[in-house]
Design a protein around this ligand. Sequence first.
Ligand SMILES: Nc1nc2c(ncn2[C@@H]2O[C@H](COP(=O)(O)OP(=O)(O)OP(=O)(O)O)[C@@H](O)[C@H]2O)c(=O)[nH]1
Ligand SMILES: [Mg+2]
Length: 474
Amino acid sequence: MSAMSSLSREIDTICAVSSPSGEGAISIIRASGKDCLNILNKIFRPYEKNLSKIKSRYFYAGQIFDFQTASNIDEAACVFIKGPNSYTGEDMFEIYPHGGIFNTKYILEIILKSGARLALNGEFTKRAYLNNKINLLEAEAVLEIIKANSLKTLVIANNELGGLLEKKIKEIKESYIYILASVEALIDFPDEVFENIDSDLLNKAGEAEQALTYLIDSYKNYELNKAGFSVVIAGAPNAGKSNILNRITGKDRAIVSDVPGTTRDYIEENLFLFNKPVKIIDTAGLRETMELLESKGVERSYGQIKNSDAVLYILDINDLNEDKILKETFDMFEDKKDNLIPIVNKTDTVNKKDLDAAEEKVLQLFEFKNKPVFISAKTGSGFETMKKELYDVILRVEGGVKNDVGITTLRQKNLIVKSLELLSSAKDKFIAGRPLEIISLDLREGINALDEIVGEVTSEDVLDVLFKEFCIGK
Ligand SMILES: Nc1nc2c(ncn2[C@@H]2O[C@H](COP(=O)(O)OP(=O)(O)OP(=O)(O)O)[C@@H](O)[C@H]2O)c(=O)[nH]1
Ligand SMILES: [Mg+2]
């Protein structure tokens, strides 16, 4: 059953301001529905002379006419898009007035008085879905793109919108159908001898299981990346990590003290690093400890390093000896090595000669990919260099982003998990020689779950939950 036939189709004309609220260069007011052209003719006066009628997909400049006061109130541009070749599938228009708060609201009111009603959250996209312009995956992708805060999540969401995720799911469905067809052949023709049918069937099931597992794993990664680029401040106790967090965020956020082991739990702060949103995390100093709370903290520090995109590893300039913990951390997180920046702190405590000696010493400690940066959290010296180095690492990590396909919502994940469980159960039953009819039922249900992901079968509830998350005007 298609989405459209199962749900009632709304036909009134909706409108909303689609640009963020506040003053800007230009605002966008959008409308969709059967009255669009009428409304536009009523409120918009194009400059173009001898224009017999507004054509679809042409960009017009003109005046917004207020029929209440019989006066022009703003100069604006507009586009009319005839359905069904529009975002929603219906007739639409967009008006681009000056980006003021009052004029934008006022134009919206004129449109409302001309017969449109205010759109609900996500209603444009919902209509696009109901009119079969996009499927549920694509609707979810639109939201993910708007919310994306890193290149990784943006690429995955855009690939979802571009149909690559749907293609992957369709491939899994094909394997499923192959298995189902084989099982049904065995049911329908019990006396027939099909060569290799068992092994073919199990091979296909194995392939599909792998593909489903890949998608489940992709969700874990997506969730992690959604949190934004994360930078962990790690190192030995008392190295000055909390002091560095405070200075880099400009807040007195973490307790700084000369007692080693001050920070127990990790502390997260968000900041903009040259306009990039970054999550920075101060952690408990790494050392072996018998103290229960502190050891829990240290465990968490390792967890944070594991999930991080970059590590600022802090060393105390007065304590640059062979750092056992640094070595262990280095070995433990092979894959993070290139994104670790050694930071030598407390340069204010040494003279020029000792500083030169320290520079030599730190290079002997390890073969760091990134150059050590010398700073003082007390004076702020070296912080600009440290930020620049970190920014370079971020750009490098982003440059290495793969053109990935994966799932992006919990709804999708739950359905993939369901589908995998049904497939594995069907496979186990087949191996155990259980009745083929039962196996066929499992397989059908597993296929249904895949269809539900794309939205071929959907309930109103699912739609309500999804579109509520959208802003008005999307
Ligand atoms: N002179 C000087 N002292 C510093 C500097 N950075 C930190 N300190 C001092 O070093 C001590 C430890 O600083 P913290 O920021 O608490 O160190 P930490 O690495 O967070 O320590 P733990 O939380 O125990 O792991 C404090 O007494 C700070 O005042 C610095 O750049 N120069
Ligand atoms: Mg601390």
